[in-house]
Structures are given as structure tokens and as C-alpha cells.
Ligand binder design. Structure first.
Ligand code: AMP
Length: 209
């Protein structure tokens, strides 16, 4: 099974991804995480991506599609959960040629709620794991549960950048929702609830697929 997770930045896709992957035996692939890793490792690709990410702009389709194709080719015989990809019509088309998508799951949250939430988001500067100070706190304040790294605010989670990321989402990514709806593959859950409540709704929706 292959699932695409859709929703605005900060909808809780990353938070729900772990539980969905565990329940359905899927491998997560987050293009945001892959790009941030390339930035941390200061690869050539990371240098190109860093500027776009810090401004809340999209990294080019070619780069992102290349990263995803490579990841898929490197993990045969498994199902995937795509988080943050596809984000443009060209990416959705490219993905359809690489793999069959069974379901697109939209976690739907209004912009005002996203703007309130983003201030609490933290990311590990070493491994990239994400937390939220109230919705998904680490065991020790400011310290990553997984690797002990320092938790910091993402550069692109600053309010003015979040506003721009939401604009880019509505303009370029929202049509992807209609793309999957057109194939009868879209399911939608409200994301303006606690992570546990959203998780229960996600499970219910996916079990009925
Ligand atoms: P995310 O962690 O998914 O919110 O992604 C963070 C940033 O990485 C985005 O604001 C973009 O700059 C870049 N990015 C992640 N995924 C994509 C994608 N599929 N296409 C273009 N840019 C992306």
C-alpha cells in the first residue's frame, strides 16, 4: 500500500506519520526531512535547497522528484507514506509514473490555527525529529528523545515565513487535493483536534479504505 499525506504546513502530518507507518507497515518519506538533512550535511543539493527553504519557497520539481525516485529505487518491496510530496501538479504526475498511490489522506486545518500552532514547533538540530511544546512535547524540555540533540525553532517556522508557506500551499498544493479526488482516492480528516483525536480519525478513515 502507498499513501500520500496532504495538508498545509503544520497540519500535523509529521506527527501522524509514525503511527500510520507502524500500523500499516509503511516506510515514511518526507521530502522536507530529506532536504533538511542535505542542508545539515552541506551537500551541493543542500546549498541550493537552503535558500529556498529559509524563504518558504518550493525547491525545484527536478530536485525533489530526483530525491524521491532515488529513495523509492533504494527501497524495493515496501509500501511508502509520502509526507510533503507531491506538492505541485508536476510532482503528482511524476509520482504516478513511479508508483501506484492507493490513498491520499488530507489532514485539513484552517490557516488561523496553523499560525497559532507554529510558534510551538521544535526540531532536533542533529537528527531532524520534530516536536511541539504542548501537542507533542519531548520527555526533557529542549532535548530530543531519540538522539539527545538540541531542539530549536525551524528558521521557516517564523510567522512571516509561515504566512508565505501557506500562500504557496493554497496556490500550488491545494490543486493536488482535487487531483486525487478526481481519481476517487481522497479521504479527509479534520486536523484541528488533539494529536490523539486526529490519530483515531485517521485510523478509522484508513481502515475503511
Ligand atoms: P516541510 O518540512 O514538508 O514543511 O518542508 C519544508 C520546506 O522544504 C518547504 O517549505 C520547501 O521549501 C521544501 N520542500 C519540502 N518538500 C517539498 C516538495 N515536495 N517540493 C518542493 N519543496 C519542498
Amino acid at each position: 500500500m502507498n499513501i500520500v499525506l496532504l495538508g498545509p504546513p503544520g497540519a500535523g502530518k509529521g506527527t501522524q506519520s509514525g503511527a500510520i507507518c507502524e500500523k500499516f507497515g509503511l516506510l515514511p518519506i518526507s521530502t522536507g526531512n530529506l532536504l533538511r538533512k542535505a542542508v545539515r550535511e552541506q551537500t551541493k543539493l543542500g546549498q541550493i535547497a537552503a535558500e529556498k527553504i529559509s524563504k518558504g519557497e518550493m525547491v525545484s520539481d527536478d530536485i525533489v522528484i530526483g530525491l524521491v525516485s532515488e529513495f523509492i529505487a533504494g527501497h524495493p518491496d515496501t509500501g511508502f507514506l509520502f509526507d510533503g510530496f507531491p506538492r505541485t501538479a508536476a510532482q503528482a504526475e511524476a509520482l504516478s509514473k513511479l508508483i501506484e498511490i492507493d490513498t491520499a489522506l488530507l489532514i485539513d486545518v484552517a490557516d488561523e490555527i496553523i499560525l497559532q500552532r507554529m510558534g510551538g514547533r521544535r526540531v532536533c538540530e542533529v537528527c531532524g525529529d520534530t516536536y511541539h511544546i504542548s501537542a507533542n512535547p519531548p520527555k526533557v524540555c529542549g532535548v530530543c528523545d531519540k538522539c539527545g540533540g538540541k531542539l530549536v525553532i525551524r528558521e521557516d517556522d517564523k510567522p512571516e515565513i509561515v504566512r508565505h508557506r501557506l500562500e504557496v500551499y493554497h496556490e500550488q498544493t491545494q490543486p493536488i487535493i482535487e487531483y486525487y479526488r478526481g481519481f476517487g482516492k481522497l479521504i479527509s480528516v479534520p486536523g484541528d483536534k488533539t494529536p490523539e483525536e486526529v490519530s483515531a480519525l485517521v485510523n478509522e478513515a484508513l481502515e475503511n479504505v
